[in-house]
Design a protein around this ligand. Structure first.
Ligand code: PNS
Length: 161
């Protein structure tokens, strides 16, 4: 069985993430979406919230599983016997950081490769940071995140509420 791992901060997951999940789920027998800790970023949502959002967004995708993990990605991938890490790339600006992480993960676990999926053009502008910023100011995040989780994001972040 070919298993892929799609890791990320997902703070919160966006429609751009969902697009990568849908497309990657067709490339593997099983895709594990792993909510993880990025030591460089402070999270607005708890791990439980992130996992709950991701599960609700992906409930129509039978070969997608959602988990959280707080250790090293390279160890997690080994434990799950996955053959690849999946990452989405939006622009050249993502590349340097992603390239660095892919090489570090390869060094830590020589058996695993990172595969990159290019974002769909319509999601080029989208990021969790932008979603959080719009939500905090009471803006409309329809079309940025799944309908299923939109109200929960607004309830948590909208400072005007
Ligand atoms: O969505 P992000 O913030 O780009 O995801 C980054 C993430 C969470 C995948 C990365 O920070 C990570 O792999 N964290 C787990 C700890 C780890 O393995 N760090 C070394 C990466 S080379």
């Amino acid at each position: 069985m070919r298993i892929g791992v799609y890791p990320g901060s997902f703070d919160p997951a966006t429609l751009g993430h969902l697009d990568i999940i849908r497309r990657a789920s067709k490339l593997f027998d099983k895709l594990i979406v792993a909510a993880m800790v990025n030591g460089e970023k402070r999270s607005s949502f708890t791990m439980e919230e992130k996992v709950d959002f991701l599960k609700r967004m992906t409930c129509d995708l039978p070969n997608v599983e959602v988990e959280s993990f707080s250790g090293l990605l390279a160890d997690y991938v080994k434990e799950k016997q996955a053959c690849a890490i999946v990452k989405g790339l939006r622009a050249v600006s993502d590349f340097e950081y992603e390239f660095q992480m892919a090489l570090a993960n390869k060094k830590l676990n020589a058996d695993v490769d990172t595969v990159f999926l290019m974002t769909e053009q319509k999601y080029l502008f989208l990021s969790s940071t932008i979603v959080r910023d719009i939500a905090r100011h009471g803006g409309d995040i329809t079309g940025f995140v799944s309908e299923e989780i939109r109200d929960d994001i607004m309830n948590k972040l909208d400072q005007a509420k």
